[in-house]
Design a protein around this ligand. Structure first.
Ligand code: ADP
Length: 373
């Protein structure tokens, strides 16, 4: 039995190490997969444990890892009432798009107060007051393009709009639809928009990495198939805007300067919103959010940590916290010890996680915002 337990602990630790390695490469997706597998092992072990205390301890650790997975994926760890609701309401023939209620709200997003206020005014209040809008002969505005460096929370902001409205969230990821086979990408895009058109109640439709489809048609390297796909996206967007009324469109890109101007004209993504790196207060809030729920030693100074992490994106900060939390967690699995996260763990994590956004690329965003790019 002891041999079996050791073997189990080694497997869990190997998965945690693989996850930590992925974080070192800023590969959050791979890290989340490794932590999720480690969590699954722990849940299995909890189910097999005879003693109640052991069951509880193992299940708590499994749950801790699942929290890390959710943090890395920008998802809510708590299933929301709207989740169940959205599943209930999923109509037949609408399986083509991932359709979930996000359970994320603006309270989960650190900083970005101006962005939240813009979204409240342009999207959330109008969507909540559709009847009043139509009484005054007004229509919902166009879609909103969120742009900025990677890992600053663009996807999370879009999910939070859906969460605030407790409405389903449709995510369109070009990498999921782009195909090397003639006509297949167009067919997939048409299928996705057909699903959106069939949606009778409100929903948030989010096109992630829109530059993958929406790069300018005038670029020298723009191929005929990519031009066709962009034309189709433009037509599809025009076809769904304004009907049904509760549909909100958001898109995100890390490279706004690549986009075809036609995408940025009304009623498409006519509003642009810059999502910058977090400032000091936002970093502090994000660190607090990510370290909440895990025991912290008295020597952890979140203010100081926020100062030391200037230049980090939100995603970098999540990686930092997860990396630090895994240090005592790994010890607990191997040696059965139980200690809080200490200053030294965060220090150690800081030597491994570096800012992923370079000063040069930041300057490019600033120039774009000023209209000189
Ligand atoms: P983007 O779409 O800009 O690349 P994401 O929304 O995918 O970034 O964010 C990546 C991760 O970073 C998410 O998992 C989320 O936990 C975290 N994150 C980024 N910015 C914030 C923020 N402002 N508040 C809370 N979490 C954030």
């Amino acid at each position: 039995m002891a041999g079996q337990t050791d073997d189990f602990a080694q497997r869990v630790v190997a998965l945690i190490d693989a996850g930590n390695g992925a974080l070192g490469r800023h590969d959050r997706r791979a890290a989340a997969v490794s932590y999720a597998r480690a969590s699954e092992f722990l849940f299995q072990q909890a189910a097999a444990a005879r003693r109640y205390d052991d069951k509880l301890r193992l299940a708590q650790r499994a749950r801790q890892l699942l929290d890390s997975v959710c943090a890395l994926k920008g998802e809510s760890a708590e299933p929301s009432a709207a989740d169940a609701d959205a599943t209930d309401r999923a109509a037949p023939g609408t399986a083509a798009l991932p359709r979930v209620a996000t359970g994320i709200t603006f309270a989960d997003i650190a900083g970005l107060e101006e962005v939240k206020e813009t979204l409240r005014l342009r999207m959330i209040y109008p969507a909540r007051n559709l009847e009043a809008l139509s009484r005054y002969g007004l229509a919902m505005g166009g879609g909103m393009l969120l742009f900025g460096p990677p890992g600053t929370g663009k996807t999370m902001v879009a999910r939070a709009v859906a969460g605030e409205l407790e409405t389903p969230f449709f995510a369109i990821k070009p990498s999921d639809i782009l195909s090397q086979y003639y006509g297949q990408s167009e067919a997939k895009l048409a299928e996705l928009f057909e699903t959106v058109r069939n949606c009778t109640q409100g929903a948030v439709v989010f096109v992630d990495e829109i530059d993958a489809i929406g790069a300018s048609r005038s670029r020298a390297d723009a191929s005929e198939p990519s031009r066709r796909l962009l034309n189709q996206l433009l037509n599809e967007l025009d076809g769904v805007h304004g009907r049904p009324k509760g549909l909100l469109f958001l898109a995100a890109t890390n490279e706004p300067w690549l986009l075809d101007q036609a995408l940025l004209r009304p009623p498409r993504f006519s509003e642009k919103c810059y999502i910058p790196l977090p400032d000091g207060a936002a970093r502090r809030k994000l660190l607090e959010l990510r370290l909440a729920g895990c025991p912290l030693a008295d020597d952890v100074d979140v203010d100081r940590l926020a100062e030391r992490t200037a230049g980090f994106s939100g995603a970098d900060l999540v990686e930092l916290c997860e990396r630090a939390k895994q240090i005592p967690f790994r010890e607990a699995i191997l040696h059965g010890s139980d200690r809080p996260v200490e200053h030294a763990d965060l220090d150690e994590a800081l030597t491994r996680v570096r800012p992923s956004v370079s000063p040069d690329s930041l300057q490019r965003y600033e120039r774009f915002v000023q209209g000189v790019e």
